[in-house]
Design a protein around this ligand. Structure first.
Ligand SMILES: [Zn+2]
Ligand SMILES: [Zn+2]
Length: 366
């Protein structure tokens, strides 16, 4: 049974020495067996709690291990330890062969667990995530694209298919646990001896270990190789967006989950269009007379499609001219942003006599 000494004394875990002392005095006084209404059992409990919490060394041990080790001898002694899960010890320990693995490792694991830290002992290791960048033209960002990239990483072992051993060679009795599937870990502490039955990490509790490691991966279940990953980029993707390709990273050890691939998209600058979110901007030089006459001009949008526009009446040439729906696709939607044309005009190089005359007449007219 675990005992929460802080709870027994009714103080917070971060209580000061003085707070612990005064809480103890108050409770000891209240439950003293010589007093009417006293409670001997409770009084003993309070004393036990105070003996630990008032002693710096014992308190530190207690804080670290979460409870007292007194009375914790024997296999069942740790049932009260919070957070202990035998499954956390399920790990194949192939490195360095079978049976002769370091026992101290197991102790460390136990103390990690008992210390209340969230550091779980690693089971077969998950593959690492991989980050990469992919350049994309604005046209591809407009249309969407399928890509295939190749890189060196760990891939699942093709020979054994991931477990890391040669199944055809059969299984033998686990040398580490002598086939029991569990191990007894013992340790002396200032609170006394304790022991704990844990799942054997060499055989994962099965009591059997494979007779032969996979010759291709030496038991790791993965090998270094070139990996090809395909992924699709949806239309409208923006520069800097990151795609996650599940399972596109490193293969895990011994069949453990693979890592993911994270692709940061870098949309390259375009020679004609500048992008602002889903809108595009472009420049277009037109003739001033044509503009005045409301003539149709033609241009091509990012899809390569030709379209026509004219300069509307009463229009300030310093403002961009908005062409609705000819921008970039909105990511994850079928609608498009707009295209803005920054119009520039150039005066004619040399006007003929007649042209000058006509323009002068025009000026008078408007
Ligand atoms: Zn293999
Ligand atoms: Zn075993």
């Amino acid at each position: 049974m675990s005992k929460d000494y802080y709870k027994i004394l009714g103080v917070e875990r971060n209580a000061s020495e003085n707070e612990i002392k005064s809480a103890y005095r108050k409770l000891a006084h209240q439950h003293h067996p010589d007093k009417q209404g006293g409670d001997e059992k409770k009084f003993k409990e309070i004393n036990e709690a105070y003996q630990v919490l008032s002693n710096k060394e014992k308190k530190a041990q207690y804080d670290q291990f979460g409870t007292t080790f007194e009375g914790a001898q024997g296999a069942g002694g740790f049932s009260g330890f919070g957070g202990f899960n035998p499954n956390d010890f399920q790990n194949w320990n192939f490195q360095g062969g079978f049976g002769e693995n370091d026992f101290g490792d197991i102790f460390e694991s136990i103390f990690e667990q008992f210390g209340g830290s969230n550091r779980k002992r690693a089971t077969a290791r998950r593959g690492n995530d991989i980050e990469t960048e992919e350049r994309l033209s604005l046209e591809d960002a407009f249309r969407g694209a399928d890509r295939m990239i190749k890189f060196k990483t760990y891939v699942s072992c093709a020979k054994c298919g991931g477990p890391g051993y040669d199944e055809t060679k059969g299984f033998g009795t686990c040398a580490k646990c002598k086939g029991k599937g569990e191990l007894r870990a013992e340790r002396r502490t200032v609170f006394g001896n304790f022991s704990q039955i844990v799942v054997c990490d060499a055989c994962n509790g099965s009591g059997k270990t494979p007779n032969a490691l996979c010759s291709a991966c030496s038991g790791k279940g993965r090998v270094s190789d070139t990996k090809e990953v395909k992924f699709s980029i949806a239309p409208g993707i923006e520069d800097g967006q990151v795609l996650q390709v599940r399972g596109g990273g490193e293969a895990g050890e011994r069949g453990a989950q693979g890592g993911d691939l994270f692709v940061r998209i870098r949309v390259q600058p375009h020679s004609v269009f500048t992008r602002k979110k889903e809108d595009l901007y472009m420049k277009k030089e037109i003739s001033p007379i044509g503009a005045l006459l409301g003539k149709k001009f033609s241009a091509k949008d990012i899809s390569g499609e030709e379209f026509h526009f004219s300069v509307p009446e009463d229009f300030d040439i310093n403002e961009p001219l908005k062409i609705k729906g000819r921008g970039m696709p909105r990511f994850g939607s079928s609608s498009r942003g707009d295209l803005y044309i920054k119009i520039s005009i150039r005066t004619p190089k040399k006007l003929s006599k007649k042209a000058t005359q006509l323009l002068e007449e025009l000026e008078k007219e408007i």
